[in-house]
Design a protein. Sequence first.
Length: 201
Amino acid sequence: MRKLIPLAVFLALAISPLVATAPVPRKSPEFTIVEPSGKQASLSNFQGKVVVMEFLLINCPHCMRVAQMIAKLHKELGPRGLQPVGIAFDNDISGNKVTAYAQRLGITYPIGYSSSVAVDGYLGRDAKERLQVPQIVVIDRKGVIRAQSRPVRELNLEDENYLRNLIDTLLKENAPATKSRTVSPSNKASQVGKTRIHGNL
């Protein structure tokens, strides 16, 4: 038994780099996405929303399925503050290919592209590590990464019910307060008059 322990430790050390995962939760670093038009957009533009990032390859069947699932959740939860973003990082990716991909799948949320080097840096992984797509990252309203796929994929994050429940939980955290305003009877008549005046302009 004692002879097997060093071997087991050696195998664990040899395999671990293949499945290393960046720590979660952690503050999301900035990330730049190239829009199909060539314009650059920053991830920080979506601050205050719950962001679901899908890092994908445009010819990947799993990526297509997940993108359509995320699009469905966007229609359902977008009004509450969900913001999906797709990032393609194929070696030969271009704006035209990204546009065709989005049109083919009927996706209306933002999809752009980036380099594999930038994606590796954002995910906190070494380029030599094994990686499967799609890679999904979920960021809360405060800009903290709350969930991230493992390098060999995270099937929970590709499950519609699981992802919906996670997003719903994050949407409830630090949600913008709904302002309610009480109008006194005397002010109500004044406001009605003002409304009519603006309506007649």
